[in-house]
Design a protein around this ligand. Structure first.
Ligand code: NAD
Length: 434
């Protein structure tokens, strides 16, 4: 960390902790900010969220008892438009985690040129322990607790780890029921990632994986890695990991290793991504997928591939994992999967990293399309969604590559610089109120 970054963090009262996810991500953002001489006051602004909302709310369980849940919504920045970002259900959701993800949403939306700022939310819960009715009551009560803190013009939640279309449907319905009649018409624009029948968009479910594959189509052949000859591995086979794999299969790329929360599977001859997705739907994990052998964590990381796609949780590639990895390129489907220490090892070893705010901005881009469709009461077919997504991903990729070319930095620094340049431009026009 540079002296200047340390001074900004000190000015904000941070007690530096190298293992803290928020400190890790903000120090990378600040380092990019200093590289482009971003004004000091803007560095302070982007280093802290605008609002951190924490709610505690009781929910009646099926056995008649009550359980108190802790929920978060962090609103990082809205200079470019309403806050936008997912809602996560996971036992390790914490304020610092949600703050980090909200800051990354600000960067992602700015890089993708979307009229949104960054937000993120979550509930500290293992959703697998809840019945469907308990889950519905928890989602509705959380939405009620957030109240006016969300809305189509203010802050628009979406799915993330542990949440899906049905949860977004319940959130939107609760929001509509709690909204004045005059504003109900476009109330479903308050939440994206909803089921198709209730104002969801074509292509939203696969959007993040599809966006990532569009980036790979643009970048990998230029690096001498044509997709039809590519071998790759995936960490996490949920929404992002499984869709990336299913779409790469159409290019003829060969999936040879996958790991998830229960274990790793390997097969050098190739793993059928479509059938594996069905296996995960039926069993909850990739383990015991027929035709593959089980492997340890070390077996997975040390397995030789052209491309590795981390698509699970944050901080999965630290220095130790980075030393083991035998891949030429890493495309970050997950948010912040690589720690700064991991980044340094990968750079020393010449392994290229395609950064998360570029690789996974397809999800929020199709959420934006959904919000536009809801607000204009229109319907876009799948072809239109794909075409527009490809255009957005192409121009975001071009911005990052141009920034890297101009400044000579790595692609992570270039992606943050491109995002910060957009924020600085809008701050330059709007100024600081009053
Ligand atoms: P998901 O809940 O659908 O899947 C998560 C996957 O991670 C599961 O396969 C799970 O088994 C695996 N996992 C959990 N703990 C693990 C561990 N310790 N080791 C290995 N695997 C583990 O989540 P998702 O929506 O696919 O999100 C994955 C990542 O992508 C997250 O970082 C999320 O913030 C990011 N992201 C998601 C979207 C989206 O549209 N869903 C958009 C942008 C970014």
């Amino acid at each position: 960390m540079s002296d200047h970054t340390a001074r900004v963090l000190e000015e904000l009262g941070f007690r530096w902790d190298p293992d803290n996810l928020y400190h890790q991500v903000i120090s990378q953002v600040l380092s990019a900010a200093q590289g482009m001489d971003l004004p000091h006051h803007l560095q302070l602004i982007v280093a802290q969220p605008k609002a951190e909302i924490m709610v505690h709310f009781p929910v009646k369980m099926d056995d008649g008892s009550f359980r108190l849940f802790k929920g978060y919504r962090v609103q990082h920045n809205n200079i470019c438009g309403p806050y936008k970002g997912g809602v996560r259900f996971h036992p390790e959701v914490s304020l610092d985690h949600v703050k980090t993800l909200s800051a990354l949403m600000t960067m992602k939306c700015a890089l993708a040129g979307l009229p949104f700022g960054g937000g993120k939310g979550g509930i500290q819960v293992d959703p697998r322990t809840l019945s469907e009715d308990e889950r519905m009551r928890m989602v509705r009560r959380f939405t009620a607790a957030l109240g006016d803190n969300i809305g189509p013009d203010h802050d628009i939640p979406a799915p993330d780890v542990g949440t899906g279309a049905q949860d977004m449907g319940w959130m939107a319905d609760t929001y509509i029921n709690m909204t004045q009649v005059a504003h109900r018409g476009m109330g479903n624009a308050a939440v994206t990632g909803k089921p198709l029948a209730f104002g969801g968009s074509e292509g939203r479910e696969k959007a993040t994986g599809q966006g990532l594959v569009f980036v790979l189509e643009d970048v990998l052949p230029e690096m001498g890695l044509p997709l039809d000859q590519l071998t790759y591995s995936v960490i996490g086979f949920g929404n992002v990991g499984s869709w990336t794999a299913r779409l790469l299969a159409k290019h003829g790329s060969k999936l040879t290793a996958v790991t998830d929360h229960k274990g790793a599977i390997l097969n050098e001859e190739g793993i059928d991504a479509q059938k594996l997705a069905q296996h995960v739907s039926a069993t909850g994990s990739v383990v015991n997928f027929p035709g593959t052998r089980a492997g340890s964590c070390e077996d997975f990381y040390a397995h030789g591939v052209d491309l590795m796609v981390p698509a699970a949780l944050e901080q999965m590639i630290g220095a130790n994992e980075a030393k083991m990895i035998q891949a030429k390129v890493i495309a970050e489907g997950a948010n912040a999967p690589t720690t700064p220490a991991g980044d340094r090892v990968l750079a020393q070893r010449g392994i290229k990293v395609l950064p998360a705010i570029l690789c996974n901005c397809g999800g929020v881009t199709v959420s934006y399309f959904e919000w536009v469709q809801n607000r204009t009461a229109t319907y876009w077919d799948a072809q239109r969604v794909d075409t527009e997504l490809q255009q957005h991903m192409r121009s975001a990729t071009a911005r990052v590559l141009a920034q890297a070319e101009a400044c000579g930095g790595d692609l992570r620094a270039a992606s943050y610089s491109a995002a910060l340049a957009k924020l600085a431009e809008v701050y330059g026009i709007r100024g600081i109120f009053p």
